[in-house]
Write a protein that binds this ligand. Structure first.
Ligand SMILES: [Zn+2]
Length: 297
């Protein structure tokens, strides 16, 4: 199969003219893994006109969207493809109300589907960052000016982020996640999930990082009002202003989803040519997410 390349909306529209074109694309991706009937484990099947697959023994039929994040999308898989294309290729903020208007669905429907896409955008955690990595924590909802040390204000959302830098000091990759507080126990999650033990990590001199330095190569230096962490602080500023301008209110539970979307775009910015196909492959691999798990939006 030729994967879809590029960001051209007209080419995209020509390639995906109806739901069946989209189902064919999904079926081709699924067909890379050997078929195994979910009912009887038989390994041979027939592909039908709607790209569903029917087991040769028990006749169980599996749709092209089964076991993907497109499963039971009520507004049609073509619309869903267009929403994925928009989210994968945009450089702007996309709100659920905007997406609802653009694609003719309700704001709530758009929000629920966008959360599924964000789930697909979340990191596989299979490629931890190595090389030069800078780590810092931040709060959403404004810094507390003049406050010494770390704020323990329970109302403010707290997060930690790490960036891997190029030799020129530019951002190569970025991950962020919400944390409950700035203790070593909470700070360690970004290390465990996204940073290789081989990485040369730099943090400011917050004492919360000291216990983690037993397992990771961490150098602590003064922040010097952020000047020593310029690229990192630029990214923190961007993610905060993106969340602030797009989403008037972000629940604690959803914060990680927004971080996934933001970091996915940063981490894929050098591979825009294949970003749509990458996202669809991640949607195919994603587990079914049921509405009740998304309801806290
Ligand atoms: Zn079967």
């Amino acid at each position: 199969m030729d994967i879809f390349r590029g960001q051209n909306l007209l080419e995209f529209t020509d390639r995906f003219r109806n739901d069946n074109d989209c189902r064919e694309y999904l079926a081709e991706i699924k067909a890379r893994a050997p078929f195994k009937c979910s009912r009887c484990n038989h390994k041979a099947c027939q592909t039908r006109a709607d790209f569903s697959r029917q087991c040769n023994v028990c006749r169980h039929t599996e749709s092209a969207t089964a076991d993907t994040l497109f499963h039971k999308v009520k507004f049609g898989v073509r619309k869903a493809f267009f929403m994925c294309f928009e989210m994968a290729t945009t450089t702007k903020s996309l709100s659920a109300s905007y997406m609802g208007v653009r694609f003719g669905v309700t704001e709530k429907t758009a929000r629920l589907f966008m959360h599924k896409v964000r789930e697909a955008m979340s990191s596989s955690r299979n490629h931890p960052m190595d090389g030069a990595v800078h780590v810092d924590e931040f709060v959403l909802g404004g810094y507390e000016e003049g406050k010494v040390g770390r704020s323990y204000d329970a109302k403010k959302k707290k997060a930690i982020t790490a960036v891997q830098l190029t030799d020129e000091g530019k951002v190569k990759r970025m991950y962020a996640m919400r944390i409950d507080d700035f203790s070593a126990r909470s700070l360690q999650y970004i290390f465990v999930n996204h940073i290789s033990r081989e990485a040369k990590v730099v943090t400011d001199d917050w004492k919360g990082y000291r216990p983690i330095a037993k397992a990771y190569d961490i150098k602590q230096i003064p922040s010097n009002k952020g000047l020593n962490f310029k690229a990192l602080h630029t990214m923190i500023h961007q993610v905060k202003s993106w969340i602030r301008t797009t989403y008037s209110w972000v629940s604690h539970e959803n914060l990680d989803r927004y971080f996934s979307e933001f970091c996915y775009r940063i981490n894929r910015s050098q591979s825009k040519e294949t970003v749509f196909n990458n996202l669809i492959e991640k949607m195919v691999k994603g587990d079914k997410i049921f509405q009740k798990q998304l309801i806290s939006s």
